[in-house]
Design a protein around this ligand. Structure first.
Ligand SMILES: [Zn+2]
Length: 245
């Protein structure tokens, strides 16, 4: 695989970054990323992954756009109401960057299909809105040894960490009991938008192999008072999911 003339021009500004260059861009072009969820996190995540020239992007979401989604799920437009989130968002991404391989999967992520859906990918993005599916994804990523970039948001706040099987804690190490599911929680679109950008940065850095990642660290942000907190998180040696990873 090599970079085209159009790649060299389109991605020029990011290739100017230290330790990126053509080699780094080629790594992105060869990379496969799965974005689990096409909602508040998933829309901006997939838009910016597409902008950065990720070779193959798979967007998974079973749901359809509703009007109340549009304050944050920015690839869902009024014409998409009632239509598949995965397919409508991929349609926009295809127009935005026709030179990458895009794949929309209109399925529910379950224990039965999760391995098939993520197998062979370089990074998986947790852009989900419920804990049950998050833990299914966490366990599958640990087994497949695929880095998972987790983010979760509520109102003006959120958290992000990078789960790197074998190198740091998994989601189950840091959240032993599955929290209760909250269906219609408050959220301003800017909150998932902001965390989505952090997820994209983490994904880029992992694939290119630059910078310090959030492995073993949970980054918390509270938009009410504009404070960041970074706390160390450790593996649980008895974790039911990753103790053998
Ligand atoms: Zn664990």
């Amino acid at each position: 695989m090599k970079l085209s003339m159009s790649d060299l021009e389109r991605y020029n500004r990011q290739m100017l970054m230290p330790n990126w260059g053509e080699e780094g861009q080629l790594k992105l072009k060869s990379a496969k990323i799965v974005v689990a969820g096409a909602g508040g996190l998933g829309c901006p995540v997939s838009l910016y992954l597409a902008a950065a020239g990720i070779g193959r992007l798979t967007v998974i979401d079973r749901e359809k756009y509703e009007l109340s989604n549009l304050n944050r799920q920015v690839l869902g437009w009024p014409k998409d109401l009632g239509k598949s989130k995965a397919e409508s968002s991929v349609e926009k991404l295809r127009a935005f960057n026709p030179n990458i391989d895009l794949n929309a999967l209109v399925v529910n992520l379950t224990e039965n299909n999760v391995h098939d859906l993520i197998h062979g990918s370089n990074v998986v993005i947790d852009a989900l809105d419920n804990w049950k599916t998050r833990f299914i994804l966490n366990e599958a990523c640990v087994k497949e040894k695929i880095p998972l970039i987790h983010a979760g948001i509520y109102g003006l706040s959120g958290q992000i960490t990078t789960i790197y099987p074998g190198k740091g804690p998994c989601l189950r190490c840091i959240i032993p009991e599955t929290p209760p599911e909250v269906k219609r929680f408050p959220v301003l679109g800017a909150t998932p938008g902001f965390f989505a950008m952090l997820q994209v940065m983490e994904a880029m850095k992992l694939i290119i192999g630059i910078g310090e990642s959030l492995i073993g660290r949970l980054l918390l942000f509270n938009g009410e008072d504009m404070n960041f907190n970074s706390i160390e998180i450790n593996r649980n040696p008895n974790c039911t999911v990753c103790k053998d990873a």
